[in-house]
Ligand binder design. Structure first.
Ligand code: PEP
Ligand code: MG
Length: 579
C-alpha cells in the first residue's frame, strides 16, 4: 500500500475543516444477474422485486421515525422524496414490465430502468433537479441491497468516530446517521453542491468536498486525511508540514468564529459610512429562520418554485398563502420578496406540471412566460401572495422578464386579482411593489424602459451571465466560459445598475456573485447597495463591506468598465480588495 502524500481538489459543497481517517466505500455497483430467466420463473422474479420494494419502503419509514431535532424537517422531506420514487409507477411498473417482457432478472431490470431515468435527469438544465439523479441512485441502491440480501437483516454499520467518508455519493439519511456516530467530513467523487446530501451536510455543519475525481483511486481505508472544504482541497497521507499548516488554518478558523460570535450583528456599512442592505435568497422556512439569526435586512428572493417540486399535485391557493404568510410573519417587518413561479418544462419533470419536454428549455417557456400562458396557475399564486400581503411588507418579483409588455400584463392581472381577493373579504396591502428580474440580455438592454413599468429591479446574475456569455451555467465543459469577470458581462451589469439609478428604482443583485466576497468590491464600485444571498454568506460579505471604502472603489469604476479582457479585469478586481 502506498504511503505517499497526495493532494486532491474538488468543489466546495459544505464549508469547514476536518481531520480524520478515511472510511472508504466503493460504489455499490449493481452486480447484474445476467443468466436468462425462464418464463416459468417470471412470477417469482416479480415477487422478489416487489418484496425488495417493500423492504426498502419499510427501511425508509423506520428512518423517518428515528430522526429528530433540527435536521428532522430537511431529512423527512428527503425521505418522502425517496418514498415517492419507490411508489412511482414510472419506476416500479417499468421494472416489472422489463422482467415480464424482456425476461430480465430483477437486478438487470432495475439497472436498465435506472440508466434510462438517469439519462433523462442528465438532460435537465436545472442544477437542483439534476442533483435529483443522486436521489434516484440512492433509492436504487436501497432496493438493490434488499434484493441482494434476499430478506436478511441489513448489517449494522460500524461507528464513524473520527472518520472522513470517501465515496462516490452517499444518501442524505445515511449521512445523518454517520454524523450522529461521529463522522467528521465527507469527500465524494460525484455529487454536487445542489444535492440533498450537500443540503444535509450544510445543516449538519459537516465539511463536504464533492466532485473529487480520483479520490477513490488515491485514498485507502484508514489513510489520514486533511479536508479543507473551505477551498475544496484534500491532502491524503499528509506530512508534518501539511499538519502544521492545517493546524494554523484550524486556529484561524476558530479565531474568526469566536470573533464573529462576539460581534453584535449590525447593519452593513462601508468604511466611509455607506449603508448596504444585505438580503437573503430563501427556498423554505428553515432558510428564513437562518436569515433572521444572521441579521438579514429582508428576503431579496423567495424561490417559490420549491413549493411546486417533489410532489404530485399543484399546491393549492390556501397552501401557498400559508407558506408566504409564514415567511412574512417570520421576517417580522423586514420585507419579503416573493418571486412568482420560475418553473419551465425542464424544471417541471417529476413535478405536478404536465408540460411537453422542450428541446432547449433554457430558451423555452420559463418564468413569467410560463405564468402568462398558464393563467390558472399564475392567478392562484398571485391570489395567495396578495392575501399574504396583509401580514407584513411584501414585494412581488417576476422571473425571466424579456420585455416591458410582460411586466405590464402581470401588473394588470395583479390588479384584477386584488379586486377579487378584496371582494372575497380578504385584506390586501395598499402598496405591493412589483419588480422585474433582469436576467435576460434583452431585459438588460431595455432596463431603462422596464424600470418605468416596475417598482424595483433584481439582477439574476446567474442567468444573465449564462445568456450573455452563451455558456450553460450547469455545464462543466464550459465552466471557464461561464465567468462573470468578462468585460461584456461587467458592462451590461453597469448599464442595468445605472438605468435603475437614473429611474430612481431600487435594484439588487441576487445571483451567486452577490454572496461571494471576491465580487463585493466590484459590485460596490458599480454602484450596488443591495445584495441578496444565501444566509451562510452574510457574515463574510458584511465583513468585506466593512473593510472597503466606497468612495475609493467608485473612483476605479471607469477602469473596470474599460478593461479590454478578462485578465485585465481580474487584476483590477483583485487590487480592489484593499480599496
Ligand atoms: C439568477 O438567475 O441569478 C437567479 C437568482 O435566479 P435562479 O438562480 O433561481 O435562476
Ligand atoms: Mg434565474
Amino acid at each position: 500500500m502506498t504511503t505517499q502524500r497526495a493532494e486532491l481538489e474538488g468543489t466546495v459543497a459544505a464549508k469547514g475543516l476536518a481531520f480524520g481517517s478515511a472510511r472508504v466505500v466503493y460504489s455499490a455497483k449493481i452486480d447484474v444477474e445476467t443468466e436468462p430467466l425462464p418464463s416459468a420463473g417470471i412470477p417469482n422474479e416479480v415477487k422478489r422485486f416487489e418484496e425488495a420494494l417493500k423492504t426498502a419502503r419499510a427501511e425508509l419509514a423506520s428512518l423517518s421515525d428515528r430522526v429528530s431535532g433540527a435536521l428532522a424537517r430537511d431529512l423527512s422531506e428527503i425521505i418522502d422524496a425517496h418514498a415517492m420514487i419507490l411508489d412511482d409507477p414510472e419506476f416500479t411498473d417499468a421494472v416489472v414490465a422489463l422482467i415480464r417482457k424482456d425476461s430480465l432478472r430483477a437486478t438487470a431490470a432495475l439497472k436498465r430502468q435506472r440508466d434510462l431515468l438517469a439519462t433523462m435527469f442528465e438532460g435537465i438544465d436545472d442544477p437542483y433537479l439534476r442533483a435529483r439523479r443522486d436521489d434516484l441512485d440512492h433509492v436504487v441502491a436501497r432496493v438493490y441491497a434488499a434484493l441482494a440480501r434476499g430478506g436478511a437483516e441489513p448489517e449494522r454499520k460500524p461507528s464513524a468516530e473520527g472518520q472522513i467518508l470517501v465515496c462516490e455519493t452517499v444518501a442524505p439519511a445515511e449521512l445523518a446517521q454517520l454524523a450522529e456516530s461521529g463522522l467528521r467530513g465527507l469527500v465524494c467523487t460525484a455529487s454536487s453542491p445542489y444535492s440533498h446530501t450537500a443540503i444535509v451536510a450544510r445543516g449538519l455543519r459537516l465539511p463536504f468536498a464533492c466532485g473529487v475525481k480520483h479520490a477513490l483511486a488515491v485514498v485507502h481505508e484508514g489513510d489520514s486525511i486533511l479536508l479543507d472544504a473551505d477551498h475544496g482541497r484534500i491532502v491524503v497521507r499528509p506530512d508534518n508540514i501539511d499538519q502544521t499548516r492545517f493546524r494554523t488554518l484550524q486556529k484561524e478558523a476558530e479565531r474568526v468564529r469566536r470573533q464573529r460570535a462576539r460581534i453584535k450583528v449590525t447593519d452593513a456599512r462601508t468604511r466611509d459610512g455607506v449603508s448596504v442592505k444585505l438580503h437573503v435568497n430563501a427556498e423554505n422556512p428553515d432558510v428564513i429562520a437562518a436569515a433572521r439569526r444572521a441579521g438579514a435586512d429582508g428576503v431579496g428572493l423567495f424561490r417559490t418554485e420549491f413549493l411546486f417540486m417533489k410532489r404530485r399535485e399543484l399546491p393549492t391557493e390556501d397552501e401557498q398563502f400559508r407558506a408566504y404568510r409564514d415567511a412574512i410573519v417570520a421576517m417580522a417587518g423586514r420585507p419579503v420578496t416573493l418571486r412568482t413561479l420560475d418553473l419551465g418544462a425542464d424544471k417541471a419533470v417529476g413535478g405536478p406540471l404536465e408540460m411537453a419536454l422542450e428541446e432547449n428549455p433554457a430558451l423555452g417557456l420559463r418564468g413569467i412566460r410560463h405564468s402568462l400562458v398558464h393563467r390558472d396557475i399564475f392567478t392562484a399564486q398571485l391570489r395567495a401572495m396578495l392575501r399574504a400581503s396583509a401580514y407584513g411588507p411584501m414585494r412581488i418579483l417576476l422571473p425571466m422578464v424579456s420585455a416591458v409588455e410582460e411586466v405590464r400584463e402581470a401588473r394588470e392581472l395583479i390588479e384584477v386579482c386584488s379586486e377579487e381577493v378584496r371582494r372575497s373579504r380578504h385584506p390586501v396591502a395598499d402598496e405591493i411593489p412589483l419588480g422585474a428580474m433582469i436576467e435576460v440580455p434583452a431585459a438588460a438592454l431595455v432596463s431603462a424602459d422596464i424600470a418605468r413599468h416596475a417598482d424595483f429591479l433584481a439582477v439574476g446574475s446567474n442567468d444573465l451571465a449564462q445568456y450573455v456569455l452563451a455558456a450553460d451555467r450547469n455545464n462543466a465543459a464550459v465552466a471557464a466560459n461561464y465567468d462573470p469577470l468578462h468585460p461584456a458581462f461587467m458592462r451590461l451589469l453597469f448599464l442595468v445598475l445605472d438605468n435603475a439609478r437614473q429611474a430612481k428604482r431600487p435594484i439588487s443583485v441576487c445571483g451567486e456573485i452577490a454572496g461571494d466576497p471576491r465580487y463585493t468590491p466590484l459590485l460596490l464600485a458599480l454602484g450596488l447597495t443591495e445584495f441578496s444571498m444565501h444566509p451562510n454568506a452574510l457574515a463574510d460579505v458584511r465583513e468585506t463591506v466593512g473593510g472597503l471604502s466606497r468612495k475609493s472603489l467608485k473612483a476605479r469604476a471607469s477602469r473596470l468598465l474599460h478593461a479590454p479582457d478578462r485578465a485585465a479585469l481580474a487584476e483590477i478586481v483583485d487590487a480592489m480588495a484593499s480599496a
